[in-house]
Design a protein around this ligand. Structure first.
Ligand code: NAP
Length: 297
């Protein structure tokens, strides 16, 4: 019952369905108008057999199929060395039939994530995590490939608040994948942002001031109503398992509902939006490569 309470504009499932249909139609039209061009191709690299990672790769593959994007998977054993993985990335960088390369995170401990992400050709860096694309994001360049989760978060927020200018946003968590990148993106929308991490003093007081709170920590229930201003927008990025193995976010929903209905659900909020933005980025890189222009993306 409690799920019925939230503002349905923050349903990532509903918004994703709409955007994916727009992407599918746009791609179909592009291919009709450019009959010599092949469809976009996303290649995912999966290292090891982490259950959640395999599940995410499977979701992404199925969504590619629905939209008319071709997708490939390179599966590597968890014992693969960093050098061997870099050789795989080099080959994909040189492969003309590949438009986007996604390395599924996390990687095993013996592999330096930054070294691997930095090796991806920025023109194929579909998750926008290479230093080059992070630099473009910092420079507020429209050429930046923006990481998928932050893009999805901003799309969700804009459903409720289309004008972000001057809004005060607290972002809890500072990973490259989510927290740091979403702050940069929101600053580019003229928000004022506060970055909160594990060493921040008085984080609750800082969050209470914010019009919008984005939470990406990975601890179930870390945020309750005492952190949230009345009617604030709260985006819950966290994915955790509760004691009954249900998927839950970082926000204590029942408590936060006492302050606001503007809380994105988990599951069905940021998760589907991340996959949708991956599709959008793949098509964007493909269009750029083949110099295809449409009004959509
Ligand atoms: P991460 O790399 O582990 O980063 C977690 C961040 O939380 C760190 O910056 C850490 O601060 C901060 N933190 C830890 N304890 C804290 C505390 N008590 N108070 C304030 N900040 C604290 O995780 P991530 O990759 O950003 O992911 C975060 C969550 O989002 C996870 O549950 C992940 O599964 C989920 N996620 C979901 C999606 C999606 O599509 N829905 C996508 C990506 C991630 P320090 O830097 O000081 O250590």
């Amino acid at each position: 019952m409690r799920d019925l309470k939230y503002n349905k504009l923050l349903s990532g499932l509903t918004l994703s369905t709409k955007i994916r249909e727009e992407l599918r139609v746009d791609l179909k039209e592009c291919l009709l108008r450019n009959s010599t061009v092949r469809p976009p191709c996303l290649t995912m690299v999966l290292v090891g057999d982490n259950y959640a990672s395999k599940m995410y790769v499977d979701f992404k593959h199925k969504t590619c199929q629905q939209l008319g994007i071709s997708s490939r998977l390179v599966s590597l054993d968890s014992s693969v060395s960093q050098e061997e993985l870099l050789v795989v990335i080099d080959k994909l960088n040189q492969d003309d039939s590949v438009d986007g390369i996604l390395v599924q995170l996390p990687l095993p401990d013996h592999i330096d994530k930054q070294v691997v992400l930095s090796r991806i050709d920025p023109r194929k860096d579909v998750d926008g995590l290479s230093p080059y694309n992070q630099g473009l994001l910092m420079a507020a360049s429209s050429e930046a490939v923006v990481p998928c989760t932050p893009l999805g978060i901003v799309e969700l927020i804009r459903q409720v608040e289309p004008n972000l200018e001057g809004k005060l946003v607290a972002v809890v968590g500072r990973s490259l994948l989510v927290g740091k990148s979403v702050r940069l993106l929101l600053e580019n929308y003229n928000c004022t942002t506060i970055g909160i991490h594990s060493k921040t003093k008085n984080p609750q007081t800082l969050c209470q001031m914010a019009d919008i709170v984005v939470v990406a920590v990975g601890h179930a229930g870390i945020i309750d109503k005492n952190w949230i201003k009345k009617d604030a927008i709260v985006i819950d990025v966290g994915i955790n398992k509760d004691n009954s193995s249900h998927t839950v976010g970082d926000v204590n929903r029942d408590s936060v509902y006492e302050q606001t209905i503007n809380l994105s659900p988990v599951p069905g909020g940021v998760g589907p939006m991340t996959i949708t933005m991956l599709m959008k980025n793949t098509i964007k890189l493909w269009k750029k490569r083949f110099k295809i222009k449409t009004k959509y993306c």
